[in-house]
Design a protein around this ligand. Sequence first.
Ligand code: GLN
Length: 389
Amino acid sequence: MADTASFKPTACLAMADGTVFYGAGFGATGQTVAELCFNTAMTGYQEIMTDPSYAGQIVTFTFPHIGNTGVTPEDDETGNPVAAGMVVKWDPTLASNWRSTEELKDWLTRTGRIAIGGIDTRRLTREIRRQGAPHVALAHDPDGNFDVEALVASARAWAGLEGMDLAKEVTCAQSYRWNEMRWAWPDGYPKQTNPAHKVVAIDYGAKRNILRCLASAGCDVTVLPATATAEEVLAHNPDGVFLSNGPGDPAATGEYAVPMIKTILDTTELPVFGICLGHQMLALALGAKTIKMNHGHHGANHPVKEIQTGKVEITSMNHGFAVDAQTLPEGVVETHVSLFDGSNCGIRLDGRPVFSVQQHPEASPGPQDSFYLFERFAEAMAASNTVEA
Ligand SMILES: NC(=O)CC[C@H](N)C(=O)O
């Protein structure tokens, strides 16, 4: 048995309500303040940590074996981890995978992300559900010196994600082209050499695998920064416009993104497809409202029903806000619904090739049931090109 009497914590997680968890720190030292969420996926901790949608959030992993596949640059959803920190049950498992190029611990240290192990993640998850996405301070000090009152005070002082636009911080600085497709054995990521559709993708914090799925569905993708105007989008003469996932409050990001989306909808007949934050902002542009959820959806096995077909897809989810289906105006149809809590998971504009979903059809990590949505977008672009011709 471990000698608990001599255990000296090297990390501390302090919640705004005064609850404190002690554990063993790893990764970077220092402290950070963020919203705490939990993710139930059994694989893909690297993709989760590098998903830009997690800016401003610390992720509790409910699956206990974290670290066992190490880290490889091939699995990054963007350059570096974006989530503010990591909470796990045990010390990270040593990497045991042929694709791994670095241990999880070393990667977190190198990229400046704080982690805490040795936490009763089941108890913590119940706390997150009870309190509803609590604000927390996470500190890692190898000497174990913590000013707990100051940590609690900084968690209390943090303004929270509501009203926060984080897309501006994680979007690309300049536009770029993308032609890499989905992973295919044994070649890794093949290139799309014969694209059929020109797509402008707005990067509110886009995951690479979304861009890969677009390329795999036959798209030649040009990625533009979050603040791109409708004129800048249309200057590329696209066949369709894609609105990406991203962090923060859709209403705050929508202050500049929604007018752009509205102009595209009002002045063109172009197909538009949105995922997650992109879905929420399309809904705002169509006149609906978004709401903050209690503890959100973060996992890789969330059942979503497509209302028209009754078909259920198992999906990847990562959101803390949702479209309020009660506020959808006439002409906007609810297409998908969460079977966990009935929250809205998809909309379409009646009679137009304009649609979006809350789930992550690119998975990464997670099941690929929803890939058909990329094909649907490609089909919509093919159909609208035929009409023009
Ligand atoms: N994955 C996302 O795009 C997340 C969207 C938004 N930031 C939310 O938390 O709901």
